[in-house]
Design a protein around this ligand. Sequence first.
Ligand code: ADE
Length: 262
Amino acid sequence: MHLGEFRIGKKLGNGRFGSVYLAQHKESGYIVALKVLRKREALSQGTERSVSHEIGIGTQLRHFNLVPLYGWFHDRENVYIVMEYAEAGELYNKVGKVTVQEALEVVLQVGRGLYFLHQHGIVHRDIKPENILCYQHGIYKVGDLGGVGGIGVVGTLDYLAPESIAGSTGGLSVSPVSTPVDVWACGVLLYELLEGRPPFERPTREGTLRAISKEGYLRTPKIVEDARVVKILERCLVKRGEERWTIREMVEYLEGAICNIR
Ligand code: ADE
């Protein structure tokens, strides 16, 4: 595959080291999303490993709630990742605008994708609204497996779990991240989707880190309105990773708690 085989359309989003464009494979007519990673930026920041991880994991692991990667190629400047086009765009655009029912549905589907990853021994580590894609008929999929298995702090500050920052505040050794960090991130995601801002957002970096490890989250009217939301946050936003729900427990709870006939 090479760039010349595609017609490039509008920009769909901005990633850490490049952008995502709508594209059409000329020969087959297939509509895809083309993620362009600038080699100079991506590789200078030590992300070569995470790029190859994204490609490796994304092309091999198939699940209904994980965005499929079709393939990849590169030229002198960029690495291109060909992935499924999500018609309804990034979940980022819906933050603060969803109903409780929709928010629970998102977290359930993200949870199913994560459960599949966890069963394969993979921790996503970068769950946030920018990395979740929306499709017609209320389908949501986890994308951007770029942070998976990588090294160093890759997560957005607001979504970091307490155990991920223990080393940076205490100056102690950083424990290897494990599956509970994704469960924590699901709690942060549910909160941000409903409230419009993440639970531990503070004016400064230090303030956010302190809030994540030591403080509670604000129970706003929107948050306490639904008992299911209260319960999920109570079990996902537990400071000690070992005491949190597992992703499986979260998914099982949500499957029982959401009633919908579609
Ligand atoms: N934004 C980032 N990735 C995307 C994709 N695959 N489809 C639509 N919008 C996106």
